[in-house]
Ligand binder design. Structure first.
Ligand code: AGP
Length: 616
């Protein structure tokens, strides 16, 4: 997914923009570029393929300077990763210089229209049509803002653009169409910023505005004004103050962001719980949910919709919410829900789970809920993200920035949020006794420490196991009940950062096919907590062993039986059955991490992946 950074103010723009692009590297890209303009309207552009270091080197060899500029990291959609396809794109006179995130779905029609008028294209990108549409209107005498409005109305598909013009050496224009990743306006003192995501500009300001669909901003050093792209009407947006500490977005003493975020989980869980649980009474408050006891009692079903790891957190949430709040829960992939015309009832709720809050398939599910007049909630991590803004109620993960592409602390804090939601709904529906509320509150109070204890217990053993298993070509992860989603999540963690094929499976299904896969070359990770299906899991382990399979069990301390059955055991503490998955997932995270490090893959930015998938 592309990254965008813009600056206008008294400072030299290039270093600010390049540093901002580095902070967006986690989004995945294959080329990058920058354009700066000086006060005389002279525009210099530098573009390069590959990693940002290549662009840094180019700018060092051929310096540029100016007080206003835009930069871009490109994840190719139309046109190969080349210098001439890299952004920024401009017309030959630099009347329009522009960067873009998203896809112009009707770009071929527009390109033909423009070429028929003699426009010559310098790239294969869809982005370049936007440049020439605006440029054509400028030549027809339109003022810049109106030219931008009229040009963007021609575009189909989701797009985020930031542009400047040599005729306006103190002005950036940013605009957002649909859900093509965010457009964030950073408000400084005598200077202002634009970016596609918070970390790029967080070191400079915490005051941010998030553009919504079909909104634009005119950004100058000492003023920003906003208008609606369709009507041109001005509006005053909400200004958010981002609580994250800029340093938190740096790796600190860790080797990778993923490792740092795994070890931040005790603090993340503490922050997720902060201010939401009265540990003396067991009462839970979720301030942003906006639902009365009467409305809570009427809820007929909750549809959890998410993608990837967030989807697996939703599967865990199904067990928690159904058990505690006694509300039926369905869990769906965003990419499936949006096209299956779900039979939603007026008293249903759609609950989206999304770390980034920008995943296009998940946003589409919220749009489906909106179209059907259904209440929509979101569990998200990024303050002011699209999912947060379009929902009727929001439960923030409060996990702090998650930079590593592989989601870890967001998964854990999503499950904690679902647990809080279940308790809150049970309270509102009057089905939670004081004793039960206190029991749950006590379990939550112990959770951050148990997460910390688990990290201390499993880091070295997973590191050692990784040394023995990192050459395996396949893995099977098995779990039952609330640990079946942990088998899925464990397999995803391994495959997405180590590139080893791994499959999560409900253990009870092994006899219906997958057991044919078992031999000495198919290691099996089995989740065997002391819960109500423990005996079933023990017999599952025996079946695998009977076929010369290797079993790595994740089990509760003091379980002598599993120690006799499995080849290796990773011990974790025992807690409330519905919270146990949070402890069991930690060895899965670290096992995948240590294997990936041994295999030398790009742990924080695995091949082909992006942190937030904002295109279908
Ligand atoms: C998980 O490790 C992956 N990075 C991916 O599956 C991710 O969970 C998915 O793309 C959903 O992202 P979101 O939570 O930001 O919506």
């Amino acid at each position: 997914m592309c990254g965008i950074v813009g600056y206008v103010g008294p400072k030299d723009a290039a270093p600010i923009i390049l540093e901002g692009l580095h902070r967006l590297e986690y989004r995945g890209y294959d080329s990058a570029g920058i354009a700066v303009m000086n006060r005389n309207g002279r525009v210099d552009i530098r573009r390069e393929v590959g990693k940002l270091q290549n662009l840094d080197k180019l700018v060092t060899q051929a310096p540029i300077s100016g007080h206003i500029g835009i930069g871009h990291t490109r994840w190719a959609t139309h046109g190969k990763p080349t210098r001439y396809n890299a952004h920024p794109h401009s017309d030959p006179e630099k009347d329009v210089v522009l960067v873009h995130n998203g896809i112009v779905e009707n770009f071929l029609t527009l390109r033909e229209e423009l070429e028929a008028e003699g426009v010559r294209f310098a790239s294969e990108t869809d982005t370049e049509v936007i440049v020439h549409l605006i440029d054509r209107l400028l030549h027809a005498g339109y003022p810049l803002e109106k030219a931008v409005r009229e040009a963007l109305r021609r575009l189909e598909g989701a797009s985020a653009v930031v542009l400047m013009s040599r005729h306006h050496p103190d002005t950036l224009i940013a605009a957002r169409l649909g859900n093509a990743g965010g457009v964030v306006i950073g408000l400084g003192e005598g200077e202002n910023y634009v970016a596609s995501d918070i970390p790029a500009i967080l070191p400079y300001t915490r005051r941010m505005v998030f553009l919504e669909n079909r909104q634009a901003a005119v950004v100058r050093p000492t003023e920003v004004h906003y208008f609606n792209l369709d009507t041109g009407e001005p509006f005053t947006p909400e200004v958010h103050t981002i609580p994250w500490d800029p340093l938190a977005a740096a790796k600190g003493e860790y080797k990778h962001f993923m490792q740092k975020e795994i070890f931040e989980q005790p603090q993340a869980v503490t922050d997720t719980l902060r201010g939401r649980v009265n540990f003396a009474t067991g009462e839970v408050t979720l301030e942003n949910l906006h639902i009365t006891p009467e409305e809570a009692k009427q809820i007929s079903r909750i549809y959890i919709v998410a993608c990837g790891t967030s989807y697996y957190a939703g599967l865990v949430g199904k067990y928690i919410i159904e058990r505690i709040a006694r509300i039926p829960v369905e869990v769906d992939y965003g990419s499936e829900f949006r096209y299956r015309d779900p039979l939603l009832q007026p008293t249903d709720v759609v609950l989206a789970i999304s770390q980034s809050g920008e995943t296009v398939d998940t946003l589409a599910a919220l749009e489906e809920a909106r179209n059907k007049g259904i209440r929509k909630w979101a569990i998200v991590n990024v303050v002011g993200s699209q999912a947060a803004r379009v929902s009727d109620g929001v439960i923030y993960m409060q996990a702090g920035p998650e930079i590593g592409v592989a989601s870890t602390k967001a998964f854990v804090t999503s499950v904690v949020d679902e647990y809080l939601l279940a308790l809150y709904l049970a309270q509102q529906r009057g089905i939670l006794t004081r004793e039960e509320a206190l029991r749950h509150a006590r379990a939550l109070a112990q959770l951050p420490k148990l997460v910390g204890d688990t990290l201390a217990m499993v880091d070295e053993v997973t590191h050692d196991l990784a040394a023995r298993y990192y050459r395996a070509r396949n893995f099977l992860y098995l779990g039952r009940g609330i640990h079946y989603p942990i088998a899925l999540e464990g397999a995803l963690k391994l495959k997405e950062i180590s590139y080893i094929h791994a499959e999560g499976y409900p253990a009870g299904e092994m006899k219906h096919g997958p057991i044919a896969l078992i031999d000495e070359d198919m290691p099996v990770v089995a989740l065997v907590p002391r819960d109500h299906v423990y005996d079933k899991m023990i017999s599952q382990v025996e079946q695998v062993k009977a076929r010369d399979g290797k079993v790595i069990a994740i089990a509760n301390q003091g379980d002598d039986l599993i120690a006799q059955k499995a080849d290796d055991v990773i011990w974790v503490p025992q807690t409330e059955e519905l919270l146990q998955p949070i402890l069991s997932v930690i060895p899965c995270q670290l096992f995948a991490y240590h294997i990936a490090v041994r295999r030398g893959t790009d742990v924080d930015q695995p091949r082909n992946l992006a942190k937030s998938v904002t295109v279908e």
